[in-house]
Design a protein around this ligand. Structure first.
Ligand code: GLN
Length: 192
């Protein structure tokens, strides 16, 4: 099993380290042909406008769209924005792979970063300590999307649609491997 991490910008090294701690063969991805050898892909947090611009420059938009249609893909924070179908901004390149509407800087400037403990559907044990950094939220989901976690105020911050996973926070910035493990299980299921 080989999982790639889109390494154009943002927190890709941290995801690679988490995957390697789980014993997974993890590689940095920058070029379209590298997608061919992968069983799954993580799109990290960072700055979605920059990731979009670089993905356009490297000819990655169409290959990434095709990839996400058939292969497990997980977007964290900016990666969630990049996976969404609708972000309310026409000019910004996105993949449009998940049937979710995302509000990019949903928390504004005052609380642009915070940490909180989340109950996540399907995760056993203690709540997940989630780190939000200029985070987006999901403002609408289509019926095929499962909501996995909400903030106390009801806003949606983790979703799954079949092989696609999206989280508004940064699991790679904690020590908790449970979400990476969930994603590896999705990859294993599709290989079985
Ligand atoms: N606000 C950023 C964006 O719009 C996302 C921040 C993050 O990935 N930590 O892309």
């Amino acid at each position: 099993m080989k999982i790639g991490v889109l390494a154009l910008q943002g927190a890709f090294i941290e995801h690679i380290k988490m995957l390697r701690r789980l014993g997974v063969d993890a590689v940095e991805v920058r070029l379209p042909h590298q997608l061919d050898q992968l069983d799954g892909l993580i799109i990290p947090g960072g700055e979605s406008t920059t990731i979009g611009k670089l993905a356009t420059a490297y000819g990655l938009i169409a290959p990434l769209r095709r990839f996400a249609q058939s292969t497990p893909t997980w977007g964290t924070c900016a990666g969630m924005i990049f996976l969404a179908k609708d972000i309310g901004i026409d000019e910004q390149p996105i993949l449009g792979a998940m049937d979710i509407t995302v509000d990019r800087n949903a928390f504004g400037r005052q609380i642009d970063s915070f940490e909180t403990d989340l109950e996540i559907a399907g995760l056993a044990g203690a709540p997940f300590h989630a780190v939000f950094i200029r985070a987006p939220v999901v403002t609408a989901v289509e019926p095929e999307v499962d909501v996995l976690a909400r903030l106390d105020d009801g806003r949606i911050v983790a979703v799954r649609q079949g092989r696609l996973l999206a989280t508004a926070f940064h699991p790679e910035l904690t020590d908790d491997l449970r979400l990476h493990s969930v994603f590896c299980d999705i990859v294993k299921e599709t290989l079985a």
